[in-house]
Design a protein. Structure first.
Length: 158
């Protein structure tokens, strides 16, 4: 079977995954417990991203096996940058080194479980980067890994 590659493009400004919030829930009998929940902005972005991915996946089943993923986050160029720095940002010379951290964007990959892949634990290779762009977006390219035996056979063919 030929390994599949899927590209997901989510236009618009992304939201980094927020830290879980905790709240106390009081039951009618007077007892209470603490529960954790995902911030509303994170839930909203993940739901929108999942909807877009669902449209782009069509009727394809989720990817299986070990996966390689490339995540590229394109952030809006700050209006406070000078014309020279804006030009540098557009050409990839100036990169976003400010918060939010890149790992907070990576955490949003959970939104694609049971849709693009079965579980994000399948991702064994990950390359992630943030850039500035005049078209904010998120690009995800994910592919099923080629088994080692097939790689060896391909190398012999070259």
């Amino acid at each position: 079977m030929t390994p599949r590659t899927v590209t997901i493009l989510i236009a618009g400004e992304t939201v980094p995954a927020g830290r879980p919030k905790f709240g106390t829930v009081r039951k009618r009998d007077g007892s209470s417990f603490v529960t954790a929940f995902t911030p509303a902005t994170t839930r909203k972005w993940q739901a929108e991203a999942r909807f877009i991915a669902q449209q782009q996946m069509g009727n394809q089943p989720p990817l299986s096996g070990a996966l390689t993923l490339k995540l590229t986050v394109y952030l809006p160029i700050p209006k406070s940058l000078s014309r020279i720095k804006t030009d540098q940002a557009l050409h990839g010379i100036l990169r976003p080194t400010t918060r939010p951290d890149l790992d907070n964007y990576i955490k949003n990959l959970d939104a694609f479980n049971n849709l693009v892949w079965y579980d994000d634990s399948q991702i064994v290779t990950l390359m992630a980067s943030k850039h500035y762009s005049d078209r904010p977006r998120v690009e995800i390219i994910v592919s099923e890994n080629v088994p080692f035996v097939q790689r060896s056979e391909q190398a012999q063919l070259l």
